[in-house]
Design a protein around this ligand. Structure first.
Ligand code: ATP
Ligand code: MG
Length: 427
């Protein structure tokens, strides 16, 4: 026998037994976005490596050490997308979608980062992503946050907490950067290697360090909120007023900076205390400079990304979204000649009822075996077609989930009978 091939580290299969929570999340996501007038957008999983280097920024975890990059046979430098915003901005520019200046879109799919795998942190993971372009004021910041709040609420999740902060404008960050450099330089001997490098390259990055020793030093660092420019302050206060009037509880977190370079003004995160150390469920912010940075006409933007694995973990923990898709009907073919007739019947029933979930017995088997399979499938009813039934133009119908007598039903009436029993809708 040949050796089995293991999956790559940090990459997981989603088994049929786990799919219910994923589908629940995806269904509610579509509904919530539709409720805010956001359109789905699908962009490639591979992009030019340049795109991510130029947008996410040097001195970030992603660009420094997490990208899956390779040179292909045609010498193209390619990276598996580590996040969605850069690709969406690229696509919005290359498709000329900002001609009328405004756009609200969302997407969902796999992302790739070469991280140290642990619970809630993987190398292939999935994100739900929302982006809005062309809106300058704090109204869209509020809408983005309300949207994410509604999604979490509609999923039924509890123990979530919203953190907000403002990073001001790049201009207002210049002075702050100097203060930070002075502060961290005074602590330089205590800094880890990453932080020492970032102190020279981009000291704001140190604020985002995962190292608990760094976090203790960060706790004493000067606050960006204290050196915010007047317009950014007004923007932030207006956002907070929107949130209060919508009844959304929030916490101002002055050390929240986010891992990517392109953010300006509003940043926010949803966290939970129910998942241990990988506690951030959703993160986002405003990126007013990014479209121009990637060659488009200067257009403000804002977005967020939600980690689907972490949401699914929380759903499972809170006993939500467990309803599995089961067939409603299992078709038992208990005869020598019934396979052909059985397939015909199954297709006729599916024609009549597009929402019917019917599983047909495959591979033969004794009557007893087939009934066991019917039971295991989770179906509510078994239809039995045997040689005798076929000859007489009838089928037997048996409820599998409740005590009841088997009934006999003429073939010509079984479709209608199922329709009534299962409350099906015609096509
Ligand atoms: P962290 O600080 O935890 O590394 P990040 O700032 O890198 O997070 P974002 O790029 O903002 O994360 O991604 C948004 C969300 O996507 C995160 O809040 C998280 O829920 C999810 N996420 C990010 N990286 C991973 C990963 N490697 N595995 C699973 N989920 C992830
Ligand atoms: Mg990260």
């Amino acid at each position: 026998m040949s050796k089995i091939i293991e999956p790559l580290r940090g990459v997981h299969d989603v088994l049929p037994a786990q799919i219910a929570a994923w589908q629940h999340l995806e269904r509610i996501t579509r509904e919530v976005f539709a409720g805010y007038g956001y359109e789905e957008f699908r962009v490639p999983v591979i992009e030019q490596t340049q795109l991510f280097k130029r947008s996410i920024g040097d001195f970030t975890d992603i660009v420094e050490k997490e990208m899956f990059s390779f040179v292909d046979q045609g010498e193209d430098h390619i990276t598996l997308r580590p996040e969605a915003t850069a690709g969406i901005v690229r696509a919005v520019i290359s498709n000329g979608m900002l001609r009328d200046g405004r756009l609200r879109v969302w997407c969902m799919g796999p992302m790739f980062r070469r991280e140290r795998p642990q619970a809630g942190r993987y190398r292939q993971f999935h994100q739900i992503d929302a982006e809005a372009f062309g809106f300058e004021g704090p109204d869209v910041d509020a809408e983005m946050i309300l949207l994410s709040a509604r999604l979490l609420r509609r999923l039924g999740l509890t123990r979530t907490k919203l953190l907000v902060n403002s990073l001001g404008t790049p201009e207002s960050r210049v002075a702050y950067r100097e203060q930070l450099t002075a502060y961290f330089s005074a602590h330089e001997t205590a800094l880890d290697e990453d932080s020492k490098r970032r102190l020279k390259g981009n000291p704001l990055r140190i604020l985002d360090s995962k190292n608990p020793d760094m976090q203790r030093i960060v706790a004493g660092a000067p606050l960006l909120l204290d050196s915010l420019d007047a317009q950014s302050r007004e923007h932030f206060e207006s956002l907070c007023a929107h949130l209060r009037s919508a009844g959304i509880e929030y916490h101002v977190e002055p050390h929240l900076v986010r891992g990517l370079d392109y953010y300006t003004r509003t940043v926010f995160e949803w966290t939970t205390d129910a998942l241990g150390s990988q506690s951030t469920l959703c993160a986002g912010g405003r990126y007013d400079g990014l479209v121009a940075q990637l060659g488009g006409a200067g257009t403000p933007g804002i977005g967020w990304a939600m980690g689907q694995e972490r949401i699914v973990m929380l759903l499972e923990k809170q006993g939500l979204g467990r309803q599995r898709d089961r067939p409603q009907v299992y078709l038992v073919l208990a005869g020598e000649r019934t396979e052909i007739a059985g397939f015909k019947l199954a297709e006729q029933l599916r024609d009549a009822w597009p929402d019917l979930a019917l599983q047909i017995n495959l591979g033969g088997g004794s009557f007893k075996t087939q009934f066991k399979r019917a039971d295991k499938s989770g179906a509510r009813f078994a239809i039995v077609l045997g040689d005798d039934e076929e000859a007489r133009g009838v089928v037997a119908l048996k409820a599998l989930r409740e005590e009841s007598e088997q009934e006999e039903c003429p073939l010509s009436e079984i479709s209608e009978r199922l329709g009534v029993l299962l409350g099906l809708k015609g096509g």
